[in-house]
Write a protein that binds this ligand. Sequence first.
Ligand SMILES: Nc1ncnc2c1ncn2[C@@H]1O[C@H](COP(=O)(O)OP(=O)(O)OP(=O)(O)O)[C@@H](O)[C@H]1O
Length: 314
Amino acid sequence: MSMIEISNVTKRYGAATVVDKVSMKVEKGEITVIVGTSGSGKSTLMRMINRLVPITEGEIFVGGQNVMDVEVTELRRRIGYAIQGHGLFPHRTVAQNIATVPQLLEWDSKRIAARVEELLGLFNLDPAEFADKYPHQLSGGQQQRVGVARALAAEPELLLMDEPFGALDPVIRGKAQDDLLAIQKQFGTTIILVTHDMDEAFHLGNQIAVMSQGRMLQCSTPEKILTEPADPFVQQLTGTSDRALKLMSLLPLKESMEPAKTGLAYALPQSLSLRDALAEMIWQGVDEAAVQDNAKAPVGSISMSRLLELGRKA
Ligand SMILES: Nc1ncnc2c1ncn2[C@@H]1O[C@H](COP(=O)(O)OP(=O)(O)OP(=O)(O)O)[C@@H](O)[C@H]1O
């Protein structure tokens, strides 16, 4: 069974159906991003997972257990929740904010202090400087990091994030996304994240779920969303103008290269995406380049014409 299984879930408010028979699966250690227009039911779907919103019909399983069979406090302990605007407690210090759930769980004070320090370090906030500050003494980006650190404090198996970076300016937002990816890798946390930002979805998601008017139109890998949109709305949402480039940024050079050749003056690492390879070749002004493995041994080659052909196919 997948880490999360949502099966035919519906939410109605009176006569209005705001989530309509949605089913989806989320694998352990993956990031699923839910996108869709405003009011399409993204937040409602997510909030049914930790039972902040009662389910009208259908079932949700987390770690093989029906969420209705788990006591709400126990469920929320297992599921971290981070929201836009971070929701920090204004009269608690940074350290006290992060310690909220561990304290509820009655961890001993040494373990709490160690966890707070670990998380501050991971989010590049020097504990000596930040632990005793209050939220209003931090920048927006720092507050956001504390909000995510707090959601991760009790080592949740699942982290739900509702527009976590919505309030951040684009530069800090990119940094926050990279931090999240690094931390997700380190802890292996399963994440479901709601966003309006398609670039964020493609940057972060192993899986992208597209919602419209309460229905789940498609839930698949970013590549599939781009190459096999299940619905004109999906195609429209993912955009057409930079579709090829988006797809190229998801495709590894390693899988598209041609056989190795001698006499190529310029070499690219095989770990690059096709988009980065194209950017490098344009920047260096070369038509053809060798491809190297991590030990800098030649493993293939790539030409500009091949890259453009792959881009056109995309
Ligand atoms: N408590 C409620 N009572 C009645 N209707 C509600 C309630 N909560 C949400 N809705 C409605 O359900 C629909 C879905 O809301 P939801 O917040 O899930 O959408 P969303 O996709 O997350 O939107 P946004 O991107 O704007 O945050 C909306 O039309 C909203 O007005």
